[in-house]
Design a protein around this ligand. Structure first.
Ligand SMILES: O=P(O)(O)OC[C@H]1O[C@H](O)[C@H](O)[C@@H](O)[C@@H]1O
Length: 312
């Protein structure tokens, strides 16, 4: 396909062109890799793109058939629906820090602690399996998918691989915004870290009503699993916290995740909501009750937040 699109399973054009090729050729599967083949995405025989959360769900469905009850580690940008998908199949979902190394290392440590963890995947398409020596390996993921696809065909099913995730709901709303750190480059990391810690403090002090630092069972998204007795954790490369957002009417209807970008002097804000307008109201609260209230708007360029909060 190259050079028709950039090699990236998160890229809409890459997925759309692969979808078109699958439909045109009546193919069983389309595959998208990044340049070094550690990230992957696929397209099923009906042309449905399977990347991000959907790829994690597909791999979870396959791995949970082979290893019932296994723990699956992902980064904390996955949907509430993915957690439900995994737990409905008897799995345990460990939400962890963004960055594929963090996600894979967490799986290694959980296994060392006797918590059987067969799959570690990031929404970016990075993924590793215990059986493949925890290697970050997109090609191995796709081989597993092809084997499952052939198995289904041999069993007489023409439904295609996408049928394994047909009950995965999609978040109604999902956004990512960025706030540049206003600072000389050499101070940007420290300022970013300060902003994220302030965010945590505001939530812990209950200044954002209905917001609570997110956990999954015994795990804290920010710190990793409490059961993890790893004595020499890697230095924290970027600070990040996810908060679940609830109200009386809906219970938990969304979450917000703030983190220092791994590559750039900015803060990434991810928000998901299961109710209409939820992302906007969460963004407004972030602006009014945290960024403006704490004075962090002087340290961060909040123009994207303003624009989204005021859009209709
Ligand atoms: O922090 P960002 O710029 O959004 O990048 C985040 C990404 O950084 C790297 O590319 C890592 O390989 C990914 O695992 C991670 O998801």
């Amino acid at each position: 396909m190259f050079p028709n699109h950039i090699p990236n399973p998160e890229d809409k054009t890459a997925m759309a062109l692969t979808r078109a090729a699958v439909l045109e050729n009546n193919a069983d599967l389309g595959v998208v890799f990044d340049t070094d083949v550690d990230r992957s995405g696929v397209v099923d025989n009906k042309g449905n793109p399977i990347n991000g959360d959907k790829l994690i769900a597909l791999m979870s469905a396959i791995v949970l058939k082979e290893h019932p009850g296994t723990t699956i580690v992902t980064d904390a940008r996955t949907s509430m629906a993915l957690t439900k998908f995994i737990t409905d199949r008897g799995g345990n979902h460990c939400l962890y820090r963004v960055g594929y190394r963090n996600v894979i290392d967490k799986g290694v440590h959980l296994n060392e602690d006797g918590i059987e963890t067969h799959l570690m995947m990031e929404t970016s398409g990075h993924g590793a399996l215990k059986e493949n020596y925890f290697l970050d390996d997109g090609a191995y993921m796709v081989v597993k998918i092809i084997i499952q696809m052939v198995r289904m065909k041999l069993e007489g099913s023409d439904e295609g691989i996408g049928s394994l995730i047909k009950d995965l709901e999609e978040p109604l709303e999902s956004i990512e915004l960025r706030m540049n750190i206003i600072s000389e480059p050499r101070y940007a990391k420290a300022k970013g870290s300060e902003a994220i810690e302030e965010f945590r403090k505001y939530i812990e002090e209950g200044r954002l009503q209905g917001w609570e630092l997110d956990s999954c069972g015994d795990c804290w998204v920010s710190e990793g699993c409490l059961v993890d007795s790893n004595e020499s954790p890697a230095a924290i490369d970027a600070r990040m916290y996810r908060a679940k957002v609830t109200d009386e009417e809906h219970g938990q209807y969304g979450w917000i995740h703030l983190r220092q970008s791994i590559h750039n002097p900015n803060i990434a804000v991810n928000v998901q909501s299961m109710v209409p307008g939820g992302c906007r109201s969460i963004t407004k609260s972030l602006r009014d009750k945290f960024l403006l209230a704490s004075g962090m708007d002087k340290v961060l360029d909040i123009s994207q937040i303003e624009k989204y909060a005021e859009s209709s």
